[in-house]
Design a protein around this ligand. Structure first.
Ligand code: NAD
Length: 501
């Protein structure tokens, strides 16, 4: 079957899409955008419009933040015990699992991603993360503290800290893992007792809207989770600048993150920024070269390279360069590109025609700059946004394909001669999200890991996240952490109490 037929067959089974034109979801209800304007949602495998979602503006954002504020203040939410929030989150996780077919099909339709991936990550890990965060609702704590207050002489005090929810959390998320990253933002906020206004990417609003319905079905009061769709310059900017937020949490590109950070500081709104990456994968001389080449292929071609932690710079000790490059190119050339609904496909389309043109621009630019193409470099299938897995070598550190985040299935391979040079190349980037080290030599690993400027370092693996392991970047890759205890604590303020006794 051609991708289009597969996609349309699946579409017919996704009841949510029978409502082709979707509204925002505010105060427990679907509602039209104030402007009456809508944007198409396009299936990148077929380039067909599958639905429409609001192109919201500041009026819609105001309405959503007001609903979230009312819900935050209202007894239906604020009087809940932590155990009640835990139970609601647990119910939501069960509903996400129960709707795995529908949610993963929506995800494949709107983003092109492999259906198995949507099922495993967006839905499967997403539901597990909600369960994980359900547990945190009952485990937030403060401390009783020793103190040394000397006045007045002989006075005694009791000092302690307690955590309080920050209020309304604004969440702006990208298109690469639309449901999973939305849940990374929503679940900790709810566990902490906050309410949420979520703005999904204009490319991929459908699973966020369906999630909002499931939140109500789980029993959360109306207004606790609101979804406002639209473009970054409209709804996104209005949310980022809204005075009613206690916190803004953003995942996306570094330039947008920087603007959101500025807007947040202006209002002293708390913020978390998960931004771009240009992650190195470092193959030391004592690595298993075949395992490293397989790891490099997974590191860059997983989800067509549209992963913030993608191992886009493969740094290989010169003694292994030929072997690792050949194996990586061979693996790349053997990967099957196809529709996300094709169970044999190993790479789907990239998210949109606009992004297809952007990635192809980097490929053409690398060729023009004199890089050698080891494999790929062209459109993979006629029709749809399919790009061949691509590997370049003979690159220079100043080339755009080496310096900038391509966010597509494009790797560069670069040699190094010693550990110092490997570290220098690895850290020679404005980003600092992740890195991986490939080696069988424990001493070398322990020498290298502390010298890497990255929020996450993997050893003999790449791209592995866990709900309990904090995730975030240093340098241009952002501030703050998603996942783990850090995520829920970042939705709270720490209040210090000092009581004279
Ligand atoms: P993007 O920055 O263009 O958009 C992300 C979100 O921000 C979207 O919802 C968009 O509508 C909104 N937005 C855009 N301009 C805005 C503005 N001026 N004000 C407010 N909101 C605005 O990024 P993208 O293309 O959707 O996603 C890809 C980027 O996300 C890559 O850079 C990738 O590395 C990054 N990313 C990072 C992580 C991480 O955890 N560090 C995870 C996934 C993706």
């Amino acid at each position: 079957m051609k991708p289009r037929e597969l996609s349309m067959a699946q579409l017919a089974r996704v009841g949510f899409l029978s409502r082709r034109r979707h509204g925002n979801f505010i105060d427990g209800q679907e509602c039209e955008p104030a402007s009456g304007a809508y944007l198409p949602v396009v299936d990148p495998a077929t380039e067909m419009t599958i639905a429409e979602a609001p192109d919201s503006d500041a009026a819609d954002v105001d309405r959503a933040v007001a609903a979230a504020q009312r819900a935050f203040d209202g007894a239906a939410w604020s009087d809940l015990r932590p155990a009640d929030r835990e139970r609601l989150l647990y119910r939501l996780s069960v509903l996400i699992d129960d709707h795995a077919d529908e949610l993963s099909a929506l995800e494949t339709l709107q983003s092109g991603k492999l259906n198995a991936l949507a099922r495993a990550i967006d839905v499967g890990s997403g539901a597990e993360f909600v369960r994980y965060m359900a547990g945190w609702a009952t485990k937030l704590e403060g401390q009783t503290l020793q103190h040394s207050i000397p006045v007045p002489p002989g006075a005694r005090y009791f000092t302690y800290t307690q955590r309080e929810p920050v209020g309304v959390v604004g969440a702006i998320v990208p298109w690469n893992f639309p449901l999973a990253i939305a849940l990374w933002k929503v679940a900790p906020a709810l566990a902490a007792g906050c309410t949420v206004v979520l703005k999904p990417s204009e490319e991929t609003p459908l699973t966020a809207l369906r999630l909002a319905e499931l939140v109500i079905e789980a029993g959360f009061p109306p207004g606790v989770v609101n979804v406002v769709c639209g473009r970054g310059v409209g709804a996104g900017a209005a949310l980022a600048q809204h005075a009613g937020l206690g916190k803004i949490t953003f995942t996306g590109s570094t330039p947008v993150g920087r603007a959101i950070g500025h807007a947040a500081v202006e209002r002293m709104t708390r913020f978390t920024l998960e931004l771009g990456g240009k992650s190195p994968l470092i193959v030391l001389p004592d690595a298993d070269p075949d395992a490293a080449a397989q790891g490099a292929a997974m590191g860059i071609f997983f989800h067509q390279g549209q992963v913030c932690t993608a191992g886009s710079r493969v740094l290989v000790h010169r003694s292994l360069l030929q072997r690792v490059s050949d194996a990586l190119a061979r693996t790349a050339a053997g990967l099957k590109v196809g529709s996300g609904f094709d169970p044999q496909a190993q790479l789907g389309p990239v998210v949109s025609k606009r992004h297809f043109d952007r990635v192809m621009g980097y490929i053409d630019g690398a060729r023009h700059d004199g890089a050698s193409l080891l494999t790929g470099g062209a459109r993979a299938l006629e029709g749809g946004c399919f790009i061949q897995p691509t590997v370049f070598t003979d690159v220079r550190a100043d080339m755009r394909v080496v310096r900038e985040e391509v966010f597509g299935p494009v790797a560069v391979v670069m040699p190094f001669d010693d550990e110092d040079e490997a570290i220098r190349l690895a850290n020679d980037t404005p980003y600092g999200l992740s890195a991986s080290v490939w080696s069988q030599n424990l001493s070398a690993v322990h020498r290298v890991v502390p010298r890497l400027k990255a929020g996450t370092v993997w050893v003999n693996t790449h791209n592995m996240l866990d709900n309990n392991l904090p995730f975030g970047g240093v340098k241009g890759s952002g501030m703050g952490r998603d996942l783990g205890r850090a995520a829920v604590e970042s939705c709270t303020e720490l209040k210090s109490v000092c009581m004279a006794v």
